[in-house]
Every structure is written in structure tokens, then in C-alpha cells.
Design a protein around this ligand. Structure first.
Ligand code: HEC
Length: 232
């Protein structure tokens, strides 16, 4: 076989190959598209079910991630817990305690609504807002101001603007016997713990403020009314 002949044979084959591939191009395109479309459609079109994932290890980590694990997912289970989930509900009765600013509504109150609870509160409870001294009271000016605002909204109608127990509801005759914060025989020396206890549970005709004032707000208003105790 001489060189010229080989070259011409090669050329012939090349031409054949190219012409063949173009001839079948629509076939390959249609086949390719139907495989892709069919792959997406058939069997995986049920939107209510989790569908097939391509290369799932890219999404699902091997360690059990608490916020990813689901009850339905039976592949990754924690063998220690009966339901197989890593993230377990908090034990019954758990309340957030990390910061009482965030969770103040849930701060547990340790003293019961009894005379003993009242006395213990007076003995052991101190204000967590105790800070620098304002007018001889152990709290900040900001706390004092907030307490004043709360007093004017919730308490002034009975206890009076001067804390003498002569608010509008008393002078108009709706309520009687509201003691003065300045009276040495009643409230002048009342410890803050007892005030908090009364604000939490109520006392006599004065109702509980537990549902209206958060513990923090109760301590704020206590900061304010303490300045009445120092007046004559
Ligand atoms: C409906 C009228 C009324 C309102 C409103 C009211 N109080 Fe009183 N408060 C009373 C009466 C009456 C007493 C006396 C209760 C007793 O000793 O039986 C009292 C007692 C108190 C005492 C003394 C508690 C103790 O242990 O002896 C404090 C402190 C007090 N009030 C603070 C407040 C604050 C703070 C507010 C507002 C958040 C408020 N009160 C709202 C009527 C009221």
C-alpha cells in the first residue's frame, strides 16, 4: 500500500464519520432531552414526598445535627434516645434562666403566698436593680424614672402622688384604708422584699400586679416608692 492510497482512505473515513454524526444528531438530542426530562418527571413528581437527592452527602452531615434531623428520616438515628432524635425537649417545668432581661416573665419566684413566704421575702429578697445611689435609694436614676412612670400609671389613684395613701380613688370614697408609705407604724420601714411579695401576690384590697408588671418593672416601681419612705 503506497502513501497516497492510505491518505485517501483516511480522508474517506473521516468524511463518513462526520456525516454520520450529523445525521444522527437530532436523535441524540431528543434522546438526551427525554432522559433528562423523564428523569426529572417520572417517579419524582410527587410534591408531597421527599424526592431523590443528587449526591446527598453534600447536604446531610454524618454527625447528627439537632436542627436537621427529622422524625421521618430513619437513616440517622441517635441510639440513646427512644425517638432517635438528638435534640430532646427540655425537662418538664424548665424555664429560661440565662438572663432575666430576656426571660423576666419566667423568673421563678421562690416564696409562697403565705405569711411565712411574706416574712421570708422581707428577710431574703433584695432588688437586683440595686445600683448607684439616687436620693438615698439604692438604684439608678433611670430605674427611678421608670418606676415613677409605672407608679403614675398603676398606683397613684390609690397611693396618691405624694405616697400618702390619698389618691383619687380614696378621696372620692371608692377605697379606704390605703396606708401612707411615710407612716412609721405601717410602711415607712417596710423592706423591699415584702413590697415585691405584695406586688406579686396582692394584699388586702390591693390586687396582684404579677400579670401587669414584669419582675423588673415591679423592682423599678419599688425603687420609686422607696423615696416616699424617706419623707416625713
Ligand atoms: C386599689 C388601690 C390600690 C392600688 C391601685 C395599689 N395599691 Fe398598694 N396598697 C393598697 C392598699 C389598700 C394597701 C394596704 C394593704 C393591706 O395591708 O392590707 C396597699 C399596700 C401597698 C404596699 C405595702 C405592702 C405591704 O406589704 O404592707 C405597697 C408597697 C404598695 N401597696 C405598693 C403599690 C404599688 C407599687 C402599686 C402600683 C403598682 C399599688 N400599690 C397599687 C391599695 C392599692
Amino acid at each position: 500500500m503506497n502513501m497516497v492510497h492510505l491518505k485517501s482512505v483516511k480522508k474517506k473515513f473521516k468524511l463518513m464519520y462526520i456525516s454520520n454524526s450529523y445525521k444522527f444528531l437530532p436523535f441524540w438530542v431528543i434522546l438526551g432531552l427525554s432522559v433528562v426530562w423523564g428523569g426529572c418527571y417520572f417517579g419524582y413528581n410527587d410534591k408531597t414526598k421527599r424526592n431523590k437527592e443528587f449526591s446527598p452527602n453534600m447536604y446531610n452531615s454524618i454527625p447528627l445535627e439537632p436542627f436537621v434531623q427529622t422524625v421521618e428520616d430513619t437513616t440517622a438515628r441517635n441510639p440513646i434516645f427512644p425517638d432517635g432524635l438528638n435534640a430532646q425537649p427540655a425537662p418538664h417545668g424548665t424555664v429560661p434562666r440565662d438572663s432575666w432581661y430576656v426571660s423576666e416573665a419566667y423568673t421563678p419566684y421562690p416564696f409562697s403566698n403565705t405569711n411565712e413566704g411574706y416574712d421570708s421575702a422581707g428577710q431574703f429578697l433584695t432588688s437586683p436593680l440595686a445600683d448607684t445611689s439616687v436620693q438615698g435609694i439604692n438604684c439608678s436614676q433611670e430605674t427611678f424614672n421608670r418606676g415613677k412612670r409605672i407608679f403614675e400609671v398603676y398606683c397613684i389613684m390609690c397611693h396618691g402622688a405624694n405616697g400618702d395613701g390619698k389618691g383619687n380613688l380614696v378621696t372620692s370614697g371608692v377605697f379606704g384604708n390605703v396606708p401612707s408609705y411615710k407612716d412609721p407604724n405601717t410602711l415607712k420601714f417596710l423592706p423591699v422584699g415584702k413590697m415585691f411579695h405584695t406586688l406579686t401576690y396582692g394584699k388586702g384590697i390591693m390586687g396582684s400586679y404579677a400579670s401587669q408588671l414584669t419582675p423588673r418593672e415591679r423592682w423599678e416601681v419599688i425603687c420609686y416608692i422607696q423615696h416616699f419612705q424617706q419623707e416625713d
